[in-house]
Structure formats: structure tokens, C-alpha cells
Design a protein around this ligand. Structure first.
Ligand SMILES: Cc1cc2nc3c(=O)[nH]c(=O)nc-3n(C[C@H](O)[C@H](O)[C@H](O)COP(=O)(O)O)c2cc1C
Length: 356
């Protein structure tokens, strides 16, 4: 299988952990000719199997399953105590006397990888870290196309050396977590600077991600050397996306907000830099941002606060992941979005050809 063989159109609906990429969204994207992706980083092997079965009941088309490459931490009690204390300004106003401890820090990655391989989706994508050559070979032995996320040319080269089949170049505009595994997460080129650098540095098929919201963005990514695009924020407002309705509304309203106030790169929610709409949680936690423990510890610790915000619909206490292109988000069914993107992309490509 090659990248082009995975979908009719070179458009990947990005995997988005936290409930956005429901089996219905993945299947709708794939049925419409794009490549749907299920975000499985926060799913147990059993839920992974269940969601993959649901996707297979809804589509015959290929789809991707995505994981975070990570190790389960064993933080010292003092680290947890300090982190809970630093979060006090956000949990105390909820009337809580302490912050409930999470049942676990994260899912076990090796068990998730075993489940992914057993489920044999057509493709798998990875972020936050890099697989070993042996892990890539296990995926290949199961006929799974392997996509590695890179935020720099050095990371793309590392994925090439590990045996990946394609690289997803994630620019700093992107919504959600940065995939960085070499160097500082909060630094890095935007999509326009990153894609051509990776195209020059590696010989692998390249997927551009970050800030691509319509057909003009798709055409531009192709000009820069990409063979496909991965779009997250654009699919977040789709009818099938599983995010909280109040979060969806904030995305739709974002187009009307003053541009400077739109998105921020923050590690306050999870301990790993991620881009989302600015809100009160970020404002309160930003002064101590660098003292917070790394992912997944901070992510697990803020889980109860975010769950409470979900219950009350308080978007000021939710993580509202979104990319810099959020002002261009369109609320519509995924099939209509894919159809619209393809029409716009053809139009933009034809306009470009006329000017040449
Ligand atoms: C809500 C949200 C959740 C995300 N979760 C994941 C994830 O679980 N795995 C992953 O590889 N990328 C994740 N991403 C990043 C996307 O794969 C992609 O890089 C990004 O959405 C591209 O930028 P855009 O949002 O401007 O289109 C997420 C993005 C968003 C917006």
C-alpha cells in the first residue's frame, strides 16, 4: 500500500484525541474519499477494538489508527503534591478540598501497539516520540502503512531511518499537541517553512499539517512539496465530531474574535505544548507553566477539572484545542466538507495553472 492508495483524495482527517474523532467521523471521512483517522492515544486496547469494529461496520474504506509514543511515568510523590498545589487556583473555586488523583497516568503504550497490530488498520500514525525499527517492522509485517509525525527536518530524518512509509510535517500553526521529540516543543517552523525543508531532507511521501483549512491551503501544501494534507481543526466542527457542543460553538464563534486573542501554545493543561483557544484556565496557569510536570502527568491531573467543565459546559476550564486557522472553520457534515475542500482545491489549482 502506498499513501495515494489509501484514499481517493489526498486529504487526511487528522486523528484528534479526547473524543473528537468518533468512529462516525472517521467512517464519514473515509466514505467521502478522504482518509479518516481514529485517535486512540487515550483508549484502552478493549475500547480500541470496539471503536475499530464500529468503523468497519460503517465503511469498507481504509482508515488510520493513531497513538502517542510514550512511556508510563512513575512520578515521585513530591512532584504530584507540587503539581496539585500549583493547580489549586483552578480546582479550589470548584469547591473541592483537594484534587482527585487519576486512576492511571496513561494507557500502556506497548499494549496499545499490540492491539493496533492485531486490529490491522490499513495505516497507523504516531506522534510525541519515535518507534524503533523493530516496532516499524512489526507494523509492516501486519501490512500496516506507517506514518511518523515530525516538527523538524531532523525528526523527519529520524523517522526515515526508523523505516516509516511517510512523514506528517506538523507546523507550529497546528491545533492540538506538538509532536516534537527532538529539541524544544515550543519552538519550530510554521507549515510553509517546514514542508519544503522536510521535502528536501527526506525521500518519503510527505503529509502537510497545520493551518490548512480550505482548498487554497491544500493547493499551497502541494506546491511546497507535500503529497497529502492532514487537517484537524477543519474537521472539529463537523456534525460527526464528538467534542462538547460548547467547545464546537467557541470554534464557530472564533472567526468573529479579534485575531490576536485566538490561539495559544500552552503546556498548562497537559505538560506538553499544545495549541488551543485562549481561555481563563490558561490565563490562570500561565505564570507557573514551566513548573508543571510533563505529559502525561499534568494531563492526568487536570482530567477531573476538565471533566467537571464538560459537565457544566464551562469552556473557560476546558482544553479547546484548535489551530491558527480556526477563524476559517465551517460547521457541516464531514462528507460535505470533503466535497467542498476538493472543489476548492481544484479551483485553486486551476487558478494557479492559469497564472503560470
Ligand atoms: C483537538 C485536536 C486533537 C488532536 N489530537 C491528536 C492526536 O491524538 N494525535 C495526533 O497525532 N495529532 C493530534 N492532533 C494534531 C493533528 O494531527 C494535526 O497535526 C493538526 O490538527 C493539524 O493542524 P490544524 O488543526 O491546523 O489542521 C490534534 C489536533 C486537534 C485540533
Amino acid at each position: 500500500m502506498n499513501l495515494a492508495g489509501l484514499s481517493i483524495y489526498p486529504i487526511i482527517q487528522a486523528p484528534m484525541a479526547g473524543g473528537a474523532t468518533t468512529p462516525e467521523l472517521v467512517a464519514a471521512a473515509s466514505n467521502a474519499g478522504a482518509l479518516g483517522s481514529l485517535a486512540a492515544p487515550l483508549l484502552s486496547p478493549q475500547i480500541m477494538f470496539e471503536q475499530i469494529d464500529t468503523i468497519r461496520a460503517l465503511t469498507q474504506r481504509p482508515f488510520t489508527v493513531n497513538l502517542f509514543v510514550q512511556q508510563t511515568p512513575q512520578p515521585a510523590p513530591e512532584i504530584i503534591a507540587q503539581a496539585i498545589d500549583l493547580l489549586k487556583p483552578v480546582w479550589e473555586p470548584l469547591g473541592w478540598t483537594t484534587l482527585p488523583l487519576p486512576a492511571k497516568w496513561c494507557e500502556d503504550f506497548s499494549a496499545q501497539l499490540d492491539a493496533l497490530i492485531a486490529a490491522r488498520p490499513a495505516a497507523a500514525s504516531f506522534t510525541f516520540g519515535i518507534l524503533t525499527r523493530e516496532q516499524v517492522e512489526r507494523l509492516h509485517a501486519a501490512n500496516i502503512f506507517v506514518i511518523g509525525t515530525a516538527t523538524s527536518a531532523a525528526e523527519a530524518q529520524a523517522w526515515q531511518q526508523a523505516g516509516a512509509d511517510a512523514v506528517c510535517a506538523q507546523g507550529i500553526e497546528a491545533g492540538g499537541h506538538r509532536g516534537t521529540f527532538i529539541g524544544a516543543q515550543e519552538d519550530g517552523p510554521g507549515t510553509m517553512a517546514l514542508v519544503p525543508q522536510i521535502a528536501d531532507a527526506v525521500g518519503l511521501p510527505l503529509i502537510a499539517a497545520g493551518g490548512i483549512m480550505d482548498g487554497r491551503g491544500i493547493a499551497a501544501a502541494f506546491k511546497l512539496g507535500a503529497q497529502a494534507v492532514q487537517m484537524g481543526t477543519a474537521f472539529l466542527a463537523c456534525s460527526e465530531s464528538g467534542i462538547h457542543p460548547a467547545y464546537k460553538q467557541r470554534l464557530i464563534d472564533a472567526g468573529m474574535a479579534p485575531p490576536a486573542a485566538l490561539t495559544k501554545l500552552t503546556r498548562c493543561f497537559s505538560g506538553r505544548y499544545a495549541r488551543g483557544l485562549a481561555n481563563r484556565f490558561i490565563d490562570i496557569m500561565q505564570p507557573v507553566e514551566r513548573q508543571l510536570p510533563p505529559y502525561p502527568i499534568q494531563n492526568a491531573l487536570t482530567g477531573s477539572i476538565r471533566a467537571q467543565a464538560g459537565k457544566t459546559g464551562d469552556t473557560e476550564m476546558m482544553s479547546l484545542w484548535a489551530g491558527q486557522g480556526v477563524g476559517m472553520v465551517r460547521a457541516m457534515p464531514a462528507a460535505q466538507l470533503v466535497e467542498t475542500l476538493v472543489a476548492e482545491w481544484r479551483h485553486a489549482s486551476a487558478a494557479g495553472a492559469t497564472q503560470e
